[in-house]
Unconditional design. Structure first.
Length: 174
């Protein structure tokens, strides 16, 4: 929590501080402690065990390795699991139906010493490297490699969904 928020607490009205305490789930511990201290300094009555009770009610924040329950987290887990399952099934189907045969129309083997030497002579080491990168990337989208690519993309999509769905909406409210 920033110090600017703590410096604004004394400027808040009693009604605003009471509202802060009534909606205590929206605020962090330090904000609640500052609001309670400010109200007591102004001579307003705050129940003795209020802060402890309010903090005891604090629900766990959802995250990848935190224990969080509720209908929202159940839906998030279901959607993330569905993304993973769909990706795994698609990858399995692609892997079973994929054929790793060399193209019958290939005129020259791209891994032969002659071809690589000619590539280097014409364009230098950068041309050779660019050709190898291009061929490696193109290989990801053919045959059984496509199955692994689809599965990897589905894992990444599920992870991105999980992180986006469990965020608290940017910075927490103080």
């Amino acid at each position: 929590m920033s110090d600017s928020f703590l410096s604004r607490i004394p400027a808040l009205s009693d009604a605003q501080l009471q509202d802060l305490l009534e909606h205590h789930r929206k605020y962090k511990r330090r904000a609640l402690e500052a609001a309670v201290a400010e109200l007591r300094a102004r001579g307003r009555e705050v129940p003795e065990g209020f802060l402890e009770e309010a903090l005891a009610e604090e629900p766990p924040r959802p995250g990848l390795f935190r224990d969080a329950r509720g209908p929202r987290m159940d839906r998030i887990r279901a959607v993330a699991g569905s993304i993973l399952a769909a990706g795994a099934l698609a990858a399995l189907a692609i892997h079973r139906s994929a054929v790793n045969a060399a193209s019958p129309f290939a005129l020259e083997d791209e891994n032969s010493k002659v071809y690589l030497r000619q590539l280097e002579m014409v364009g230098g080491k950068a041309n050779l490297l660019a050709s190898q990168v291009r061929n490696g990337f193109a290989a990801l989208w053919q045959g059984t490699n496509l199955a692994f690519t689809v599965f990897g993309l589905s894992v990444a999509a599920a992870a991105v969904f999980w992180v986006a769905a469990t965020q608290t909406g940017g910075r927490g409210r103080d």
